[in-house]
Design a protein around this ligand. Sequence first.
Ligand code: SAM
Length: 324
Amino acid sequence: MLTDNFNRVINYLRISITDRCNLRCRYCVNENLKFNPHEEILRYEEIIRFVRLCAELGFKKIRLTGGEPLVRKGISYLIGEISKIDGIDDIALTTNGVFLAEKIVELKKSGLKRVNISLDSLRRDRYEYITGVDAINDVFKGIERSIQEGLHPIKINTVIIKGFNDDEILDFASLARKWAIHIRFIEFMPFGDPELWGPSKIVSSREVEDIIRSVYELEPSINTHKGPAKMFRLKDGKGQIGFISPVSTHICSECNRIRLTSDGNIMPCLFSDIKYDVKRLIRADAGDDDVKSFIRNAVKEKPHRKYELGQIKKCQRSLRNIGG
Ligand code: SAM
């Protein structure tokens, strides 16, 4: 079991397998960001080795993300190889869902257990405005096919942004009434251009919850995956509602994760720019014990608490690079 300096057990690894994406979400894309050259992106065999070493250190849960993970060729192969690693008991995917319908069967066959789908609007024109692509019907198909394939529970992640989609909160909530899915409202993190995507765009989980409670009765529910979401059942509904509050609350004491960026850096905290270049070590043919001790040290350096909002504001980053 691997613990950090604050006695948190760290057993969850989020891997960004590419910084490329088929969408151009306005709040995520930043003109200063450049794609990494292909040779800088970790190869699958490097990722697989890294996961094996993490598993030997006590990691149990892997999530593949990006960029958009489904734009990288051979992802089912990667999932298949990771699912063979002793100690890994959960492999999940975070995707925008556009290519999900066509890939879900092979993904499931390769060992994928769960899928989170990001969707910030239910309206076609608005979806196209925010993502730059008219693909909402593909996302709906992806959701439908994932439900049919039984990847339960399907989780829809919705980032609520003031003046953009805060008038759709009840529409999203109503989906959890009709279907046995989880709708999770995520607080917008002001990582981007402070003029356009600064703190004024944040809608707190409290505000979202109040809007939902004005119409629906919410009953507390247990978060079976021990994630940061505060979960509720909708009375008379089939699904669940969750709130993820990275901005308004300190969820750091329960944090059990580190990230591996697509270009091979370990990031112990989403809110800190500190990173550890493990690719350099891997490509210098370092032995397993050396890489493991590097991972152990990176975990030890995990900050105690996230930076306060004022500091997040200065931090011009995008989840596309870090791995959302
Ligand atoms: N392409 C995949 C997807 O769409 O799920 C994975 C990467 S994407 C960066 C992961 C998630 O991060 C998406 O749900 C996206 O909405 C969210 N995200 C991006 N920027 C964000 C921000 N500034 N605040 C909160 N969530 C953000």
